[in-house]
Design a protein around this ligand. Structure first.
Ligand SMILES: Nc1ncnc2c1ncn2[C@@H]1O[C@H](COP(=O)(O)OP(=O)(O)OP(=O)(O)O)[C@@H](O)[C@H]1O
Ligand SMILES: [Mg+2]
Length: 235
């Protein structure tokens, strides 16, 4: 993209306070849960531990990772995470939403219809945190895309793995991999995303359990299992 156009698309108001309490959300499917949090907060680690623990209890569990999980969604994931691709914030939002729509249609909705538990490594809350708080896109528009992409398929409950931004770099370096396009966005971006997640969780206390992700993996795992128990018993 020519430089002039690129600058134009980046001139989106940043850091605008959002009000995630506004607008409607689906009630949430009783067996659908997501793990949310900044890069390196331990979502994938905890998702694997949680899936193993639930399967050991004899439950049927389907795990998904956003963006991705279907051939189309995986192709979009490659586009989104490739550091060589400059992507306008609005295009980023639409691509994440398109990947999610395909995942809901092909994987999540059918699994829930079969009575399986679905555990998602990120879902729509990440879009509100990253593209809303992080990129400064309008929350109302983002919610309209949730309705288009997800219909009534939304997590009953989400676990926010709350990790200070200062700890992100160490975690990602420990993982010994190069930064993807989202991870290269810079500390200021992650500060906004982190603050956004905390604001979202505070405004939807019935939808979130906030967990200190700086604790050892076993402690984080126990905290998630403990809060999930009653939620599953009720559903
Ligand atoms: N509680 C923990 N304490 C210390 N290190 C951890 C903890 N949980 C995960 N890690 C390590 O931090 C790194 C990032 O963890 P993980 O990949 O699970 O995070 P993530 O949230 O899935 O990241 P991403 O958003 O980039 O996919 C890994 O090297 C992992 O082993
Ligand atoms: Mg991960």
């Amino acid at each position: 993209m020519p430089l002039r156009q690129r600058q134009e698309v980046q001139e989106v108001p940043r850091g605008k306070p959002l009000n995630p309490a506004s607008g409607s959300l689906p009630n949430g499917r009783p067996r659908f849960f997501s793990l949310e949090g900044v890069d390196g907060s331990g979502k994938s680690t905890q998702l694997a531990l949680l899936a193993t623990a639930l399967r050991a209890q004899g439950r049927e569990v389907v795990t998904v990772r956003e963006p991705g999980g279907t051939p189309v969604s995986d192709a979009i994931r490659k586009l989104l995470l490739d550091p060589a691709n400059p992507i306008a914030p609005a295009a980023e939002l639409l691509l994440f939403s398109a990947a999610r729509a395909q995942l809901v249609e092909q994987v999540i909705a059918p699994a829930l219809a079969e009575g399986k538990i679905v555990l998602a490594d990120r879902f729509g809350w990440s879009t509100l945190a990253y593209q809303g708080y992080g990129r400064g896109l309008d929350e109302r528009r983002i919610r309209e895309l949730f309705a288009i992409a997800c219909g009534d398929v939304w997590p009953k409950h989400s676990f926010l793995l709350d990790l200070p931004v200062a700890a992100i770099a160490g975690r990602l370096q420990a993982g010994d991999r190069s930064a993807d396009r989202m991870e290269s966005a810079g500390a200021g971006f992650f500060e906004r995303v982190q603050a956004g997640y905390r604001a979202i969780a505070m405004q939807h206390p019935e939808r979130f359990t906030v967990i200190d992700a700086a604790l050892p993996q076993d402690s984080v795992h126990s905290a998630i299992l403990t809060s999930l128990g009653p939620l599953l018993a009720g559903g």
